[in-house]
Design a protein around this ligand. Structure first.
Ligand SMILES: [Fe+2]
Length: 347
């Protein structure tokens, strides 16, 4: 397995790049905007294909690299379902599995530092974001932070993992790179409390100054969304209401770009084909399913995904590959549901 811990010394942020093999799919956790060129260089050197970029929570101390990595690599951007970021391509929740080739991360909802804080568990290690730090815990005094919720996330979720589970946090300011659950249980000074009330009291007494970057970082991190307007201006977007009118029409192919678990969870537009976004290049290239479908019929190809992010990127790629009837549903299944579009269950 390829596993790299990268560091941004300005914000003290750790970023994690992983892949199951050289030449394979890669995933990155908590990328920092200013370091994007470094990540891309490493990804190229290791011959990796970045398919997912994840933020553990909305950061207040640095601007996320999610948007730029998406623009440069067409990767899928991922955050928790209750994020305030305008649009990310995929939103995960407790119990979901976040997968790339050869790697599966179990999603744990661990609010407290913020209400959109998630941890990701992979076999022998857990990425704890700012929920659990090495000999510390993330502050809980802004961004809907809640020290009671954080106590619950730490004591009732993270500390229940096997003691030898490696802890990889989103930050460290002292130079520590990794710890274990057992070590934190024994030596993390904030965890040596006897009750939730005592923990709340410890956190309330911290009185920290706001992060320097906060006024810049939070507004910037709320706008990671791809500008779907550009696709609309080119006439390649349909509103959910317009798309609903096309269900069952023989000259339209609805193409679902989401992954199997998203389809199971949210349902599928009746009669649609499944062509997961990571296989898009193959599908729209010569000999690919969508390429051949476009060549053999005059069907309008109507892409959709969860929020319209992946489908907007797909339309752009399909149009440049010569699939002139490609368009997408603006806002994805989220907009479709709000417009009361029909969905069928997919088991
Ligand atoms: Fe944070």
């Amino acid at each position: 397995m390829i596993f790299r811990q990268l560091f941004d010394s300005v914000s003290g942020t750790y970023t994690y790049l992983m892949a199951s093999r050289r030449g394979g799919e890669a995933l990155i956790i908590d990328p920092v905007l200013e370091k994007v060129e470094r990540y891309l260089q490493l990804i190229k050197e290791l011959d990796l294909q970045l398919v997912k970029a994840v933020d553990t929570h909305m950061h207040a101390d640095h601007v996320t690299g999610l948007g730029v990595l998406r623009d440069r690599t067409q990767c899928i951007t991922v955050m928790g379902e209750n994020t305030r970021a305008d649009v990310v391509s995929m939103r995960v929740t407790e119990g979901d599995k976040l997968e790339i080739e050869g790697i599966a991360l179990n999603v744990l909802y661990t609010p407290g530092h913020t209400d959109d804080s998630y941890s990701f568990l992979m076999d022998d290690r857990v990425f704890t974001g700012d929920t659990l730090l090495i000999r510390g815990t993330g502050r809980t005094d802004f961004q809907n932070g809640d020290s009671r919720a954080q106590y619950d996330s730490i004591f009732n979720k993270l500390l229940r993992l096997p003691e030898d589970t490696l802890v990889y946090p989103a930050h460290d300011y002292k130079g520590d790179t990794v710890s274990t659950i057992g070590e934190e249980k024994a030596f993390n000074p904030r965890l040596q409390v006897k009750s939730v009330d005592e923990y709340v009291d410890v956190m309330a007494k911290l009185k920290l100054a706001n992060p320097k970057m906060m006024d810049v970082a939070i507004p910037a991190n709320m706008r990671v969304g791809l500008s779907q307007e550009i696709i609309a201006q080119r006439g390649w977007a349909l509103s959910a209401a317009q798309a609903i009118a096309l269900v069952g029409k023989p000259d339209v192919a609805f193409i679902d770009l989401r992954e199997t678990n998203e389809r199971k969870k949210h349902g599928v537009i009746p009669g649609s084909l499944h062509a997961p976004y990571p296989d898009l290049r193959e599908n729209i290239g010569e000999g690919g399913m969508l390429h051949e479908l476009a060549a053999a019929t005059a069907k309008k190809m109507l892409f959709y995904c969860a929020f319209g992010e992946r489908s907007a990127m797909a339309v752009q790629a399909a149009q440049s590959a010569g699939l002139a009837t490609a368009c997408h549903i603006q806002g994805g299944i989220d907009a479709w549901k709000k417009a009361n579009g029909p969905l069928v269950e997919r088991i």
